[in-house]
Each structure stands twice: as C-alpha cells, then as structure tokens.
Design a protein around this ligand. Structure first.
Ligand SMILES: *Cc1c(COP(=O)(O)O)cnc(C)c1O
Length: 404
C-alpha cells in the first residue's frame, strides 16, 4: 500500500525495484473462470479480498476480479470496503467483520452489506437508518458450529423480531461458515452445519419478514468458502464466497484429495494456477571461507568455501524468520538454500553451485522460475503454518504488478 509514498508518481520499471510481486492476469482469469463453470451462471460469485487480498494486493486483485467476472466483493473490515469504494468499485461489498458502532453510519452511507450478529449493532443501525431515511442492508450471520461470529439458534428469534419491527433494516442475505471443511477428508461436521443452516433458513422464512418493496427479492443464502465450492455443490445456494482458490491455491491437501476421490474426481483436479510470484534482486555476491559463521547468532557454518548471494528481503517483508536455514530460493532456475538466520530486511543464500549469479539477478522467493517452483504451501510447511498465513503476511509495502 502507500505508506512509503515515492516522490515520483507512476510505476517504476521492475529494474528499479529490489523486490516486487507479480500477479498473473492469465492465471487469475483461468481460476475465476474455472470456479464460474463449477458454480454456474446463476450463483453470485463474491471475491473475498480481505487481508490485502490474501497478501496479493487488494487494488490489483479487485481490478482483476471485476474484469474477469466476480459479481461482488467480501472483506473483513469497514476500511477495506471503503478503500474499494474509493477505488471506484460499485459492486456489492459484504463486510464480514465487526463495524464499530461509532462507524456504522459510514457503512450505511457507502451502501455496504453489513454482517449482523450483534443485537447492539442491529438496533444502532436501525436508528441511524431511520434518521438518515435510508435502508441498511443486512447479512444475518448464523451460528452452525464454528463458534466464531454468529447468531446462536436460541437467539435467532430476537434477531428476527428486530428485523420484523425495523423496516429500515433490509434482510439482504443469510449466511454461515464451515469450521471443518478444509482440514479433513471426513465431512460429517460440515454436513451437520449444513443441516443447522437449513433449519435456520426455515425459521427465517417462517418468520415471514416483509419483502423489501424496492427489491422484492428473498435474502441471498450463502455458506460456501473455497473448499465447499470445490467439493459440495449443495452448499452453493444463491452465492459463494471465494477466497484462497481465486489466487490459484487449493485450500488444503485434504481438499485436493477429497476432490480427486469424490464423484467426478479427476487426477490433476481443477486447473488452479498460482497467481502470485514474489521476486527480488541479488544485492551482493561474495565468497566466504569454509567455517565462516553466517548471519545473526552464528547459526550456520559452511564446510567448504561458499559463495553467498545477499537478498534485500527479510521477515519484515513477510519472509518468515522460521525459514532460517530451511528454505531455498530460485536463481537461474536452480535452488539456492537459505544460510543463517533471516534478518529483518536481508537474507543470505548459498549460490556456490550456481556460478553465473551476479548482482541484480532476479530471484524467486515464491513461484516458478524455469522448471522449478516454490509453493507458498511448502514455505508454510517449513514454519508449521498454512499458505493462507504465508501469503496474507506479505508486506503491503512491496510493489504489486499485474503481468500477463
Ligand atoms: C475468509 C472467509 C472466506 C473465504 O475462505 P477461503 O477458504 O479462503 O475461500 C469465506 N467466508 C468467510 C466468512 C471468511 O471469513
């Protein structure tokens, strides 16, 4: 993002950058089209672009999403939604996280879809909407077993009563979120959640909420995240919330296995293609003697004279310190292992066996180079995490570039 604004406006050529992220428009488009073919034309496809579009860059991804067929957006925070509006997006935006009561008015003014799971928010919004002569658009979030944000079954009647008595609150949607769909190949819990969701839908429909006169339309029902989109057509309802898989990443190995084993499963599965490549340029190349200590804490000592390349990226950029002495990068299409500890803004790699490496050569930290590939999931495995975390923590200060 823009917190290190340059004096010169306009994009710099990548030759002028130490590190940058390339976003493949072709890959993004192929992913979105594959998902669209799967869910069909009648289901609203919401692109989840929270957390800086999972670290990919919200501005660039929103542009690609709008260009290649996403119907709407979903974000976590009010600020993310307002940033999208500020960038000119007029599509519907669902804010899934809490909007502070003091800022509900801004959500109302920007015509956002606001998740509802607190009566306090519902009452405050009804009062604000009445004052402003506006209608607030609510997506009621029901609890079905994730036990995160949501309205428990026993509290549902109070929310339905609030909606019934507050014509300025329009029930635009009803949704839930699965707890255990990407972490296992055993889907009984997801099925239980789906049954509970269907029960909640029956109660809402039995409450006979007045249809909005301007939009004589039943509320949109939605439950599916990427894993559900890939595995369970019965979760699509009227709308799906596509997060990680628009970026070309399978939610998990279990999701991929379930997909391949499920009805219609095929080896190779959907043609999801990673959208992101993280690159940097070598900032120094040098020889160090055998037994020289490398980096903070002297954690690495080579057993031979070693040629090091210094890279201008570190944990502050999102290259996790847990990758110290573990990960590798790609230079000239070959693997160069990380030596010593990853520093705040610098990382050292061994290029002894890649003799042609020179200052400013291009390095790939995540993505493909030649026939080699480093997947976000591989880095995640090295630090005991998941690729969701690896990509979403890429520093927003890194330049993002859309490439073909
Ligand atoms: C983040 C999020 C999603 C998207 O999940 P993916 O697994 O990335 O597709 C969908 N719904 C909710 C409520 C979320 O918080």
């Amino acid at each position: 993002m823009d917190f290190l604004a340059r004096a010169e406006p306009g994009p710099l050529p990548t030759a002028a950058l130490n590190t940058w992220i390339e976003l493949s428009e072709g890959a993004y488009r192929a992913n979105l089209e594959a998902v669209r073919r799967r869910v069909g034309p009648g289901v609203e496809l919401a692109a989840v672009v929270k957390a800086n579009a999972y670290g990919h860059g919200w501005r660039e991804i929103a542009e690609l999403a709008a260009r290649h067929g996403a119907d709407s957006f979903a974000v976590h925070s009010l600020d993310e939604a307002l940033a999208l509006r500020g960038a000119g997006h007029r599509r519907d935006i669902l804010v899934m996280g809490h909007v502070p009561l003091a800022r509900l008015e801004e959500g109302l003014a920007a015509d956002l879809r606001l998740a509802l799971y607190n009566l306090e928010s519902g009452r405050a919004l009804a009062a604000l909407a009445a004052d402003a002569g506006r209608t607030a658009r609510i997506h009621l979030k029901v609890e079905t077993g994730t036990h995160r944000q949501g309205v428990a079954a026993e509290d549902l009647p109070a929310f339905l009563e609030l909606l019934r008595t507050s014509p300025q609150l329009r029930l635009d949607g009803i949704y839930t979120h699965f707890a255990n769909i990407e972490d296992t190949t055993e889907h009984a819990y997801a099925e239980l959640q789906l049954q509970r969701f269907e029960q909640a839908l029956r109660e809402v429909s039995a409450a006979g909420l007045p249809a909005d006169p301007a939009h004589a339309q039943a509320p949109r029902r939605h439950a599916a995240c990427s894993a559900a989109i890939l595995l369970f057509p019965e979760t699509y309802f009227d709308m799906v919330r596509l997060g990680i898989s628009q970026y070309g990443l399978w939610p998990s190995r279990e999701t991929l296995l379930s997909y391949q084993e499920g009805p219609g499963g095929v080896a190779g599965a959907l043609p999801l293609q990673p959208v992101l490549t993280w690159k940097a340029r070598v900032s120094q190349v040098k020889w160090v003697p055998a037994d020289a200590y490398i980096g903070y804490g002297c954690t690495f000592q080579p057993t031979r004279a070693t040629r090091l390349a210094i890279l201008p990226v570190g944990y502050a950029d999102g290259y996790d310190r847990g990758l110290s002495n573990q990960a590798w990068v790609l230079i000239h299409g070959q693997r160069a292992p990380v030596r010593g500890r990853v520093c705040m803004n610098l990382t050292m790699v061994d290029v002894t066996d890649i003799p042609q490496v020179a200052v400013e050569d291009e390095v790939v930290l995540i993505g493909r180079q030649g026939s080699q590939e480093i997947k976000a999931g591989q880095l995640a495995a090295l630090i005991g995490s998941i690729h969701y975390e690896v990509v979403s923590r890429l520093s927003p200060a890194i330049e993002r570039r859309i490439v073909t």
